[in-house]
Write a protein that binds this ligand. Sequence first.
Ligand SMILES: Cc1ncc(COP(=O)(O)O)c(C=O)c1O
Length: 416
Amino acid sequence: MTAATAVRFADGRADVRADFPVLRRTVDGIPVVYLDSAATSLKPHSVIDATIRYYTQVGANIHRGKHMLSEEASDAYERARQRVAEFLGARSAEVVFTAGTTHGINIVAAGLHLDRDDLVLVSADAHHSQQLPWRQRSRVEFIPVLADGSLDLDRYAELLRKQPAVVALTHCSNVTGRYAPVSELAGMARARGAVTILDAAQSVPHQRIEASALGVDALACSGHKMMGPTGIGVLVVTADLADRLAPEATGGGTVDWVDSGRAVFRRPPHRFEAGTPHIAGAYGLHAAVDYLERLGLAEVRAHDQRLGELMWAEAKQREYLAVIGPGSGSRSGILSMAVDGCADLTDLARILSDSYGVMCRTGHHCAQPFVDAFGHGQVLRISGYIYTTDHDIEAAFHALDEVVPLVRNRSEHAAR
Ligand SMILES: Cc1ncc(COP(=O)(O)O)c(C=O)c1O
């Protein structure tokens, strides 16, 4: 194990586990080792308390009521928007609250009025949420990914010559943990007149993101991956693009005026928020941003990089594991591995959970074409966050050393 010094967060603590009630759970007396944060992060007390505060002390709907409780809820909802805007280096009017990354991407894909013939470039390691909304409406070509998880930039430059309408980028792959050079890629796309949209689901939780500095037209992320509640996310969309987008859904909250023949839509972001939103989610997301800021985004990033290094150092000592994507130095705290001799990893995941308390993921991770090509259809993924310790990672690999031969024997037996 690499003996790098543990990161101390900006609030002076190196261990924040006491803030996360789920980490008190045990499996047959063994403390839970939660290594599935790329799927969703655990929530600290402050986020849970903020959502409870809305339901127990406020409870009212936003924007349309003139009574005290409604005004209180509306103020808190708009304060959350302002806080998220500051956090992401955007203006408040550019921040649309969504249900999550998937919803945000769909708002843009649906709003652009694409033709079947329009070309959309999508990176080959994209999550299904950054593929299917485009594939449904237009012609998609994939930007290939090289063996180290990086994008094939030469091929990207060639594809750009075909004048794509949209370039759909992924900041950090949820399979390989590899970061893409977004500013460079977005600059190249802009020079060709393409709209750029960034899936930032796996980057926003782990580092300071300045949406305006990245040079993309839109950026989507999910609250639940950054310690906020499930069911709320953010779409940052520039004023220029927002003006070009038809609202994907319409209804209450989206209009200033409706008469029997006409509707006047509100300005962004409200135009894109139809119906009663996830108000408690906005309270919780505000608390999550506060929590991340208290820890310090530079420290959060350093912790994530350190986790990635530790994971990689453990994996590369084991011949039965083949890491998908980058080696040391360029990864986040997400690591996916093919396991030699184990084609079906379902049993492996179940035994790790039920006998060792290790919660991790197996399968194609909603990037099936990519995992089919690189990982023989299934990979085992471990992913950490600010509460993940060296001990968690060591425990997972020691468990693997014991479980893999067992699962392998079983499948050899079954094959006979
Ligand atoms: C890279 C990436 N994009 C998009 C998504 C979809 O996020 P959500 O389910 O919150 O909409 C995920 C979720 O795992 C992801 O990892």
